[in-house]
Design a binder for this molecule. Structure first.
Ligand SMILES: CC(C)(COP(=O)(O)OP(=O)(O)OC[C@H]1O[C@@H](n2cnc3c(N)ncnc32)[C@H](O)[C@@H]1OP(=O)(O)O)[C@@H](O)C(=O)NCCC(=O)NCCS
Length: 167
Protein backbone atom coordinates (compact mmCIF):
# COMPACT_ATOMS: atom_id res chain seq x y z
CA UNK A 1 0.00 0.00 0.00
CA UNK A 2 1.25 3.49 -0.77
CA UNK A 3 0.22 7.12 -1.02
CA UNK A 4 0.21 8.64 -4.52
CA UNK A 5 -0.58 12.15 -5.73
CA UNK A 6 -3.65 12.55 -7.96
CA UNK A 7 -2.54 12.42 -11.60
CA UNK A 8 -3.99 11.36 -14.95
CA UNK A 9 -2.98 7.75 -14.19
CA UNK A 10 -5.66 7.60 -11.48
CA UNK A 11 -8.53 9.10 -13.49
CA UNK A 12 -10.55 5.88 -13.87
CA UNK A 13 -10.06 4.77 -10.26
CA UNK A 14 -10.98 8.23 -9.01
CA UNK A 15 -14.14 8.27 -11.14
CA UNK A 16 -15.15 4.82 -9.89
CA UNK A 17 -14.63 5.96 -6.28
CA UNK A 18 -16.90 8.93 -6.90
CA UNK A 19 -19.54 6.67 -8.51
CA UNK A 20 -19.46 4.47 -5.40
CA UNK A 21 -19.71 7.45 -3.07
CA UNK A 22 -22.85 7.24 -0.93
CA UNK A 23 -23.44 10.87 -0.07
CA UNK A 24 -23.87 14.11 -1.98
CA UNK A 25 -21.00 15.82 -0.14
CA UNK A 26 -17.63 14.48 -1.25
CA UNK A 27 -15.12 14.06 1.57
CA UNK A 28 -12.50 15.45 1.27
CA UNK A 29 -13.98 18.15 -0.96
CA UNK A 30 -10.68 18.44 -2.87
CA UNK A 31 -11.58 15.15 -4.62
CA UNK A 32 -14.93 16.43 -5.89
CA UNK A 33 -15.04 16.04 -9.70
CA UNK A 34 -18.48 17.27 -10.69
CA UNK A 35 -17.45 20.90 -11.16
CA UNK A 36 -14.91 20.00 -13.89
CA UNK A 37 -15.44 19.10 -17.54
CA UNK A 38 -12.31 17.00 -17.85
CA UNK A 39 -9.93 15.26 -15.47
CA UNK A 40 -7.15 17.55 -16.71
CA UNK A 41 -9.27 20.53 -15.60
CA UNK A 42 -9.74 18.90 -12.21
CA UNK A 43 -5.99 18.33 -11.82
CA UNK A 44 -5.27 21.94 -12.78
CA UNK A 45 -7.83 23.17 -10.22
CA UNK A 46 -6.38 20.88 -7.57
CA UNK A 47 -2.84 22.18 -8.19
CA UNK A 48 -4.11 25.76 -7.78
CA UNK A 49 -5.92 24.85 -4.59
CA UNK A 50 -2.87 23.00 -3.24
CA UNK A 51 -0.67 26.02 -3.90
CA UNK A 52 -2.87 28.08 -1.58
CA UNK A 53 -4.64 30.24 -4.14
CA UNK A 54 -7.87 32.10 -3.35
CA UNK A 55 -9.56 31.02 -0.14
CA UNK A 56 -7.39 27.89 0.24
CA UNK A 57 -4.41 27.32 2.48
CA UNK A 58 -1.54 25.29 0.99
CA UNK A 59 -2.38 21.59 1.01
CA UNK A 60 -1.33 18.13 -0.22
CA UNK A 61 -3.68 15.45 -1.49
CA UNK A 62 -3.06 11.73 -1.82
CA UNK A 63 -4.79 8.48 -2.70
CA UNK A 64 -4.05 5.37 -0.65
CA UNK A 65 -3.51 2.70 -3.30
CA UNK A 66 -3.05 -1.07 -2.89
CA UNK A 67 -0.69 -3.40 -4.78
CA UNK A 68 -3.37 -3.94 -7.46
CA UNK A 69 -3.50 -0.16 -8.03
CA UNK A 70 -6.95 0.15 -6.53
CA UNK A 71 -7.68 3.45 -4.83
CA UNK A 72 -8.80 2.61 -1.28
CA UNK A 73 -8.92 6.00 0.42
CA UNK A 74 -8.23 9.70 -0.04
CA UNK A 75 -6.63 12.32 2.17
CA UNK A 76 -6.28 16.10 2.12
CA UNK A 77 -3.57 17.58 4.36
CA UNK A 78 -3.97 21.28 5.11
CA UNK A 79 -0.58 22.79 5.94
CA UNK A 80 -1.97 25.66 8.03
CA UNK A 81 -5.05 26.30 10.14
CA UNK A 82 -7.47 29.14 9.51
CA UNK A 83 -10.15 29.90 12.11
CA UNK A 84 -12.56 27.67 10.16
CA UNK A 85 -10.06 24.80 10.04
CA UNK A 86 -9.23 25.29 13.72
CA UNK A 87 -12.89 24.88 14.64
CA UNK A 88 -14.23 22.54 11.99
CA UNK A 89 -11.92 21.08 9.36
CA UNK A 90 -8.60 20.38 11.06
CA UNK A 91 -5.30 19.64 9.31
CA UNK A 92 -6.33 16.31 7.83
CA UNK A 93 -9.53 15.18 6.07
CA UNK A 94 -10.00 11.65 4.73
CA UNK A 95 -12.46 9.12 3.41
CA UNK A 96 -12.45 5.44 2.54
CA UNK A 97 -14.06 3.96 -0.56
CA UNK A 98 -17.48 2.62 0.50
CA UNK A 99 -16.70 -0.97 -0.57
CA UNK A 100 -13.42 -0.90 1.39
CA UNK A 101 -14.63 0.31 4.78
CA UNK A 102 -14.10 -1.49 8.11
CA UNK A 103 -10.77 -2.96 6.94
CA UNK A 104 -8.44 -0.56 8.75
CA UNK A 105 -7.75 1.74 5.79
CA UNK A 106 -8.84 4.97 7.51
CA UNK A 107 -6.49 4.16 10.37
CA UNK A 108 -3.76 3.44 7.81
CA UNK A 109 -4.23 6.59 5.68
CA UNK A 110 -4.27 8.82 8.77
CA UNK A 111 -1.03 7.21 10.00
CA UNK A 112 0.55 7.78 6.56
CA UNK A 113 -0.74 11.38 6.58
CA UNK A 114 0.99 11.92 9.93
CA UNK A 115 4.31 10.96 8.29
CA UNK A 116 3.64 13.59 5.61
CA UNK A 117 2.70 16.11 8.34
CA UNK A 118 6.00 15.41 10.05
CA UNK A 119 7.94 16.25 6.90
CA UNK A 120 5.90 19.46 6.71
CA UNK A 121 6.92 20.22 10.33
CA UNK A 122 3.34 20.01 11.56
CA UNK A 123 4.06 18.74 15.05
CA UNK A 124 0.57 19.09 16.54
CA UNK A 125 -1.98 17.75 14.11
CA UNK A 126 -5.64 18.68 14.51
CA UNK A 127 -8.19 16.12 13.28
CA UNK A 128 -11.93 16.61 13.70
CA UNK A 129 -15.10 14.62 13.14
CA UNK A 130 -18.83 14.93 13.56
CA UNK A 131 -20.09 13.89 16.97
CA UNK A 132 -21.94 10.90 15.48
CA UNK A 133 -19.02 9.67 13.34
CA UNK A 134 -17.84 6.83 15.56
CA UNK A 135 -15.66 5.27 12.85
CA UNK A 136 -13.74 8.51 12.36
CA UNK A 137 -13.38 9.18 16.10
CA UNK A 138 -11.93 5.67 16.54
CA UNK A 139 -9.60 6.24 13.57
CA UNK A 140 -8.29 9.40 15.24
CA UNK A 141 -7.90 7.73 18.63
CA UNK A 142 -6.14 4.76 16.99
CA UNK A 143 -3.56 7.33 15.87
CA UNK A 144 -3.07 8.89 19.29
CA UNK A 145 -5.69 11.65 19.16
CA UNK A 146 -6.29 13.47 22.44
CA UNK A 147 -9.65 15.15 22.61
CA UNK A 148 -9.96 18.93 23.00
CA UNK A 149 -13.11 21.03 23.36
CA UNK A 150 -15.85 20.35 20.79
CA UNK A 151 -17.13 23.09 18.50
CA UNK A 152 -20.79 23.69 17.69
CA UNK A 153 -21.26 24.86 14.10
CA UNK A 154 -23.92 27.44 13.13
CA UNK A 155 -26.26 24.62 11.99
CA UNK A 156 -25.94 22.93 15.40
CA UNK A 157 -23.56 20.19 14.20
CA UNK A 158 -21.09 19.29 16.93
CA UNK A 159 -17.51 18.75 15.83
CA UNK A 160 -15.25 16.66 18.02
CA UNK A 161 -11.68 17.98 17.92
CA UNK A 162 -8.54 15.93 18.59
CA UNK A 163 -4.84 16.80 18.66
CA UNK A 164 -2.19 14.28 17.70
CA UNK A 165 1.30 14.87 19.05
CA UNK A 166 3.48 14.34 15.97
CA UNK A 167 6.94 15.39 17.22
C1 LIG B 1 -15.22 7.17 8.82
C2 LIG B 1 -14.41 6.34 7.82
C3 LIG B 1 -13.24 7.18 7.31
C4 LIG B 1 -13.88 5.08 8.53
O1 LIG B 1 -13.12 4.33 7.60
P1 LIG B 1 -12.76 2.79 7.85
O2 LIG B 1 -11.70 2.41 6.87
O3 LIG B 1 -13.99 2.01 7.88
O4 LIG B 1 -12.11 2.85 9.30
P2 LIG B 1 -11.21 1.75 9.98
O5 LIG B 1 -11.47 0.41 9.29
O6 LIG B 1 -9.79 2.21 10.04
O7 LIG B 1 -11.86 1.66 11.40
C5 LIG B 1 -11.42 2.39 12.52
C6 LIG B 1 -12.24 1.94 13.73
O8 LIG B 1 -13.56 2.46 13.61
C7 LIG B 1 -14.51 1.43 13.63
N1 LIG B 1 -15.57 1.81 12.68
C8 LIG B 1 -15.43 2.11 11.37
N2 LIG B 1 -16.61 2.47 10.86
C9 LIG B 1 -17.51 2.37 11.87
C10 LIG B 1 -18.91 2.60 11.97
N3 LIG B 1 -19.62 2.98 10.91
N4 LIG B 1 -19.51 2.42 13.17
C11 LIG B 1 -18.78 2.03 14.24
N5 LIG B 1 -17.45 1.80 14.23
C12 LIG B 1 -16.83 1.96 13.04
C13 LIG B 1 -13.76 0.19 13.18
O9 LIG B 1 -14.38 -0.99 13.63
C14 LIG B 1 -12.42 0.42 13.85
O10 LIG B 1 -12.53 0.13 15.21
P3 LIG B 1 -11.31 -0.51 16.04
O11 LIG B 1 -10.16 0.46 15.92
O12 LIG B 1 -11.85 -0.63 17.42
O13 LIG B 1 -11.01 -1.81 15.38
C15 LIG B 1 -15.30 5.88 6.61
O14 LIG B 1 -16.48 5.32 7.10
C16 LIG B 1 -15.66 7.03 5.65
O15 LIG B 1 -14.96 7.27 4.68
N6 LIG B 1 -16.78 7.73 5.94
C17 LIG B 1 -17.23 8.85 5.12
C18 LIG B 1 -16.25 10.01 5.16
C19 LIG B 1 -15.91 10.44 6.55
O16 LIG B 1 -16.73 10.41 7.45
N7 LIG B 1 -14.65 10.85 6.72
C20 LIG B 1 -14.15 11.33 7.98
C21 LIG B 1 -14.48 12.77 8.12
S1 LIG B 1 -14.09 13.31 9.77
Amino acid sequence: MRLVRPSIVWEKEHQQYVEEWDSSRMIPSSFYLTAYETYEDYLKGLRERESGQGKWVPSSNYFLVNDDDRVLAMVDIRHELTEHLLNIGGHVGYSVRPSERRKGYATKILSEALVKCKSLQISHVLVTCDEDNIGSAKTIMNNGGVEDKSYTDTDGTIKRRFWIDNE
